[in-house]
Write a protein that binds this ligand. Sequence first.
Ligand code: HEC
Length: 152
Amino acid sequence: MNKRLLILTIIFEAVLIVSCERITPKVPADDQILDGPIEGLSPAEKTRFLAGDAAFNDEIFTRETGLGSVFVATSCGSCHAGDGKGTLFTSLTRFGQTDATGNKFLHLGGPQLQNRALPGYVPETIPAGATFSRFTPPSNTRFFLQIAGKRR
Ligand code: HEC
């Protein structure tokens, strides 16, 4: 490699590193993370928070722990990944709500579509004639902050 090319390569890499640092956000400080516990919890409350947080993110439901026969997902975190917002691929579908008179499709599985089923069972489908909407999972931190707001 000639000298000029080497210098150009070094400059190019330096520019690349500096630009990446600008684009990639730094890891936020602990007190800036929205999915952590709120301030002022007692040790017992913190323990409960951690147990709930672990269950929310890591617990995978099975037939043995109550999943089915029809279902939408096997864990909370599969839709609210990292306590955050979901995507179009992790949406919920609700059907059958027409007006204030209520939902005429409750006997057919409404309002929430359970589009998956354990082996040997039939997943639900939207009944003919039922209106439906898709909901994208919101971030759960907002919800926890609402609770925190009410506590004060
Ligand atoms: C299939 C995807 C899916 C799964 C699995 C799921 N959620 Fe959700 N979640 C949603 C959607 C979609 C909404 C918004 C519903 C609405 O707007 O009516 C929501 C809303 C919420 C909210 C309200 C948030 C707010 O800001 O109002 C909470 C809390 C919540 N989910 C907790 C859970 C917990 C706990 C579990 C596990 C037991 C879970 N979710 C599993 C999709 C999911």
